[in-house]
Design a protein around this ligand. Structure first.
Ligand code: CO
Length: 298
């Protein structure tokens, strides 16, 4: 066997893992959507999805994000979270990985009675998927997304973007803008990217709103405090992927603070729309081909 076929075999195997992650993820998404009801606990829904991922042979690529109303992203319930769904616009953002190869998807479950806002992000995603193929400029994808959302009378959230995916890296280049931008990069055959338009009736921007429950390791360096060292050992298995505080043992707050202070770990604060607007989201991971794309998370 020559060297080229070995490499080809390896590439095939990797692509197979992305598609396996995607298949698990679509099944988990459709089961989890059914659990989002008024009165249900967010914690129950998050754990339901994460357990189902593991049962099906995958691993959560990040804690299930259940962001409501003006929260655009990065809310995941804490261990003792008592919050329940009301008449909310609910975004479920779920990821699965197989050996670090990640599929990422999101959908909006609207309990708030704003179907047009949901349609705006869904049709932006659909149009973007129909538009892309190898050679397309990411800047133009942003234009397609912006046009779709504004045609519904809403605004795209401009400081959130889609992204590439790489092994154990959830946000790899290229970034996929949600508005028309002056410069982008050309998509290549074999690229795996997540496209995730957000639509809002607010200003179209998010800001950090504190209260982090999601973290990731950003650098490897020694830490002195014994409890911090113990926690670091526990979280090393997530490599560079995000993890939830509720996945860890009890009483980790102090140790986590030490790791954050030492710049070993960083938190993902909740992202909220700056005017308090409602936010909808739709996301798929796709595999770029010469003349189009395949949806990994269909
Ligand atoms: Co994503």
């Amino acid at each position: 066997m020559n060297e080229m076929t070995e490499i080809e075999k390896e590439v095939e195997e990797i692509i197979g893992k992305y598609f396996k992650a995607g298949k698990i993820l679509s099944e988990v998404r459709s089961e989890t959507v059914k659990k989002v009801k008024i009165g249900e606990k967010l914690l129950y829904v998050a754990e339901f999805a994460e357990n189902l991922i593991r049962e099906k042979g995958g691993e959560p690529a990040f804690p299930v994000n259940i962001s409501r109303n003006d929260e655009a992203a990065h809310y995941t319930p804490s261990k003792d979270d008592e919050s329940v769904f009301g008449e909310d616009m609910v975004k479920l953002d779920i990821g699965v990985h197989i050996d670090g190869y990640i599929a990422d998807t999101a959908t909006t479950v609207d309990l708030s009675g704003h179907p047009e806002l949901v349609k705006a992000s869904e049709s932006a995603l659909k149009n973007a998927i129909e538009f892309i193929h190898a050679g397309v400029n990411t800047a133009d994808i942003g234009g397609v997304i912006e046009d779709a959302i504004t045609s519904f009378g809403y605004k795209p959230v401009v400081n959130l973007t889609g992204h590439g995916l790489a092994q154990y890296i959830q946000h790899a280049p290229p970034s996929i803008p949600n508005k028309r931008v002056p410069h982008g990069v050309l998509l290549e055959e074999g690229d795996i990217i997540a496209i995730e338009p957000f639509a809002t009736d607010g200003a179209g921007k998010i800001h950090d709103a504190g209260n982090a429950e999601i973290y990731h390791i950003v650098s490897e360096r020694p830490v002195r405090h014994p409890s911090a060292r113990k926690l670091l050992k526990e979280i090393e298995k997530y490599k560079t992927l995000p993890f939830a505080k509720r996945w860890l043992g009890d009483r980790v707050d102090f140790a986590m603070l030490q790791l954050v202070k030492a710049k070993i770990v960083q938190s993902y604060p909740i992202l909220k729309e700056i005017e308090g607007g409602l936010v909808s989201q739709a996301e798929h991971t796709v595999f770029i081909t010469e003349d189009g794309c395949e949806i990994i998370t269909k």
